[in-house]
Design a protein around this ligand. Structure first.
Ligand SMILES: [Ca+2]
Length: 106
């Protein structure tokens, strides 16, 4: 049997992608421009959406460090591509802790 995604899985993936875009636009649009996350918007985004992931979400030093790392074109804002790098980093961290928890269960 070929490995095809069933419709339910496809639907879940589509919803997941849509909600990523919606979250980005919701926060990026606070200053009227929903194509980029300013530093202030990134802070709100991390505090409201990623509270469970970031250890010190209110720590400005952490934000400065992250912005420097993620802001590839150094315009002081995160566009969607740069935002995806942030999400990608989180997904990788989640995957690693998932693998660790799986190997612990053996
Ligand atoms: Ca940028």
């Amino acid at each position: 049997v070929a490995k095809l995604s069933n419709p339910t899985e496809t639907e879940v993936n589509r919803r997941c992608i849509k909600s990523l875009i919606a979250v980005f636009q919701k926060h990026a649009g606070r200053d009227g421009n929903n194509s980029k996350l300013s530093k202030a918007e990134s802070l709100i985004f991390m505090n409201t959406e990623l509270g469970a992931f970031t250890k010190n979400p209110k720590d400005c030093g952490v934000l400065d460090h992250m912005m420097k790392k993620l802001d590839l074109n150094s315009d002081g804002q995160l566009d969607f591509q740069e935002f995806l790098n942030l999400i990608g980093g989180l997904v990788i961290a989640c995957h690693e802790s998932f693998l660790k928890s799986v190997s612990c269960q053996k």
